[in-house]
Each structure stands twice: as structure tokens, then as C-alpha cells.
Design a protein around this ligand. Sequence first.
Ligand SMILES: Nc1nc2c(ncn2[C@@H]2O[C@H](COP(=O)(O)OP(=O)(O)OP(=O)(O)O)[C@@H](O)[C@H]2O)c(=O)[nH]1
Ligand SMILES: [Mg+2]
Length: 201
Amino acid sequence: MDRAPGHLSRAIVTETPATRIKLITLGNPGAGKSALVKQFCEGAFSSEYVATIGIDYGVKTLSLTAPVATAASSPTLVKVNFWDMAGDPVYQDVRNEFYRDTDGAIVVFDVCSKISFQAVDRWIAELRSYGDERVRLVLVGNKCESERRLISAEAASAKAEALGCRYQEASAMTGKGVHDIFMPMIQTITYVRQKTTTKPK
Ligand SMILES: Nc1nc2c(ncn2[C@@H]2O[C@H](COP(=O)(O)OP(=O)(O)OP(=O)(O)O)[C@@H](O)[C@H]2O)c(=O)[nH]1
Ligand SMILES: [Mg+2]
């Protein structure tokens, strides 16, 4: 961590051309969006709540091997650009500037908060109003290690099915499920991008 608390890490400078993808996080204040990104990027967690002001940006460079890169090819370098949005309604105008050109959206609720779960539809509506149709979605129930859970995995899975997306339980605190939020999405987006940009010989 080389910036102030609540911020993401700096870009890793690389000379090699990389596939660039854009991911955004959505969800109510306090759901744990920033904590999930921090856990994925840095393997770290802070119990202090530093609300995101408007939006926060970070980039993580990954070297993907199979199944994205075939055994014969060299690993695929991917720069994942994270736009971590503030959940506070006061920042709606700020968020709306950043929905365009998004490849994947991580919609987060807190399994201990009915309000945050009920707000999922509103977040999807905001995304649909300002983002592109092609955006891939994953619904995330965060804080799953908590004993104060109010939303069952079954209810959340049904919501995800209605939305036509995957449901992933996670805990930014313990790290459980965090890899499985991001990696399948990053791999799919990268794979599709490669297929659509590689011309047949
Ligand atoms: N118990 C528990 N607490 C968590 C977990 N993830 C995040 N938190 C805590 O929840 C609070 C809010 O986390 P943030 O990541 O800042 O929430 P956010 O969704 O980014 O909130 P905004 O930036 O205001 O939209 C912090 O105190 C975190 O430490 C988790 O998995 N388990
Ligand atoms: Mg935040």
C-alpha cells in the first residue's frame, strides 16, 4: 500500500503491451466494495471504514496462463482497471460519468443488511441507464463470515438468476470467495477480447 488509507495501489509500469479491461464496483455504502478490491489487489483488509469519496481508481496487472493463454502461447498480460464507486447517493452524478466502456460490474451487498440487498435492483437500474448492454455482471454477498447474516445464500442466488448473472459469496475480511469474484470475470472478458481481436489466418 503506497497511498493513504482508502485508496488503491499505484499502477505497475510495464513495457509489454497488455490487454486492458475495466471493472467497476457498485452497491450501497458500507457493503464492502473497496474492501473487496483491496483484498483482491493487495491481500489486505482493514476494519476501519473510510467511505469512498466519489470514485477511487486502481490497476492490477495479471499474467494469465491457461485457459486464457494456450500452453503453446506466452502468458497473456492483463491490466485490470478498477473503478471503485462510492455508494452514497450524493455521488450519483460522479458515478454516472464512469459507467461507459465498462467490461464487468461487481454488484455488492452486505449479507447482514436487508437494505443493501433490496438496493441491488436500483444499482442494476443505474448501471443499465448509464452503462453498455454488454457489461458482465456478478452479484456478491459480502461479509459472509459474519454470524449476523440476514440474507440467505438461496435468496441471493435466486436474485442473481433473475438478473441472469452469477452469485458469489465472499468475505473481504477473511479473503474467502474473493478470488472467485474477480478471476472468472477477468478470464472471460480477456478470452472474449482475444477472440474478437484476433483475425483468422
Ligand atoms: N465483517 C466484515 N466487515 C467487512 C467486510 N468487508 C468490509 N467490511 C467492513 O465494512 C466497512 C465498509 O467497507 P468498505 O469497503 O469501505 O465499504 P464500501 O462499499 O466501499 O463503502 P462506500 O465507499 O461508502 O460506498 C468497513 O468497516 C470494512 O472493514 C467483511 O467481509 N466482513
Ligand atoms: Mg468504498
